[in-house]
Design a protein around this ligand. Structure first.
Ligand code: AMP
Ligand code: MN
Ligand code: MN
Ligand code: MN
Length: 288
C-alpha cells in the first residue's frame, strides 16, 4: 500500500484542484491520500467524491500554522471531520490572520517599490486560503525572481521584505482543535524548522506533552539518514510515524507523487490509529 498523508490543492497554495490531485495520485499508484490544505478543509468534499470515483482512500486533513514558543510550526491534522462546524469556525480565525498578514506583506513590499502586490495577489489567490505561495506567484509573474526557491530566498523568508510574522494559534490549542474534530495531530516536516538537535528535542518533547500523536518520518525532502533519525525520534518520544510528500504541484516538488520511501522497520504507522477498528491493520508499507 502506498500512503501519502500530506498534500495540497488549489484550496490553499497547491496547483491542482482536489479532483485533479486525487486523479493524479491514483495514476501514480498512491492508494491512501490525505488532502491537507493550509488552514482550510474546503477542498475535502470534492476530494472525497473524486476518490470514491477512482477507487482511492481519501483521508480528510488540514495543515494548521501554529505558534510554538517564538516560532512557527505546521501541524497536520489527519482523519478530521471536515463537516465539523467548530473546526470550520476555528480555521476561519486562521484565515482572518492570513488576510491581515497578506495586507501587511503588501505594505512591506510597497515600501521597496513593489506596488499593488496585495491587490494582485488577491486576484491570483481567488477564493483559496491566501499564503506566501500566492505572493511568490505574483512576484514570479512580474519578473522579480526566476523560480520559487529564489523568490522565497530573496523576498518571502524571515528577514526579507515580503516576510511578515503572524500570530498563529498556539500549538497546544491547534492540537486540541484537531482532537476535538476527531483527528490525530502530526508534526509536519520536522527538519524544516532550522532547529539545532537540542531545540528539535525540546520541540518534540513539548509537542508530545501537548498531546501530539505523530511525527512525519518520511517526507519528499528527507534522505535516508534523516528518515532513520526521525524514526529514532518517533520511538524515543512515543510518536506514531507519518509519511507525507507535501505535494503542491508537479513543477514545485522534488519528487513526483507516489515516490516516497517506506517507513523504517519498528515505526508504528499513524494509520494504525484509524485502521485499529479493522480486523487486520495494514502495515504493509513499512520496510521489513
Ligand atoms: P504560508 O503558510 O502562507 O506562510 O506559506 C508557507 C508555504 O510556502 C509552504 O507551505 C510552501 O508551500 C511555501 N514555501 C515556504 N518556503 C519555501 C521555499 N523556500 N521554496 C518554495 N516554497 C516555499
Ligand atoms: Mn504550502
Ligand atoms: Mn508546511
Ligand atoms: Mn504542507
Amino acid at each position: 500500500m502506498q500512503y501519502d498523508l500530506h498534500a495540497h490543492s488549489n484550496h490553499s497554495d497547491g496547483k491542482l484542484s482536489p479532483t485533479e490531485l486525487v486523479n493524479l495520485a491514483k495514476s501514480k499508484g498512491v492508494d491512501v491520500l490525505a488532502l491537507t490544505d493550509h488552514d482550510t478543509v474546503s477542498g475535502i468534499s470534492a476530494a472525497v467524491i473524486a476518490a470514491k470515483t477512482c477507487g482511492l482512500l481519501l483521508i480528510p486533513g488540514v495543515e494548521i500554522s501554529a505558534q510554538w514558543e517564538s516560532r512557527e510550526i505546521h501541524i497536520v491534522g489527519l482523519q478530521v471531520d471536515a463537516g465539523n462546524r467548530i473546526l470550520q469556525r476555528r480555521l476561519a480565525s486562521q484565515q482572518m490572520r492570513r488576510r491581515k498578514r497578506a495586507v501587511a506583506i503588501g505594505e512591506s513590499l510597497a515600501n521597496i517599490g513593489i506596488t499593488d502586490a496585495y491587490e494582485k495577489t488577491c486576484v491570483l489567490a481567488g477564493s483559496s486560503t491566501i499564503g506566501r505561495g500566492h505572493f511568490a506567484q505574483f512576484l514570479l509573474s512580474h519578473g522579480y525572481a526566476r523560480n520559487y526557491n529564489e523568490v522565497f530566498k530573496n523576498y518571502l523568508s524571515p528577514g526579507k521584505p515580503g516576510y511578515v510574522a503572524s500570530a498563529w494559534v498556539q500549538s497546544d490549542e491547534a492540537i486540541q482543535w484537531i482532537h476535538e474534530a476527531g483527528g490525530v495531530a502530526v508534526l509536519a516536516h520536522p527538519t524544516r524548522y532550522q532547529l539545532t538537535s537540542n531545540q528539535l528535542a525540546h520541540l518534540l518533547s513539548t509537542f508530545r506533552e501537548q498531546g501530539g500523536d505523530g511525527l512525519e518520518v518520511v517526507t519528499a525532502r528527507h534522505d535516508s539518514g534523516e528518515i532513520k533519525r526521525m524514526a529514532r525520534y518517533a520511538r524515543r518520544y512515543g510518536f506514531k510515524a507519518s509519511v507525507g510528500s507535501d505535494f503542491h504541484g508537479e513543477d514545485m516538488h522534488p519528487l513526483g507523487l507516489g515516490q516516497l520511501k517506506l517507513l523504517p522497520h519498528g515505526c508504528i504507522p499513524i494509520w494504525s490509529h484509524w485502521s485499529d477498528t479493522q480486523d487486520e491493520p495494514d502495515f504493509s508499507n513499512t520496510a521489513g
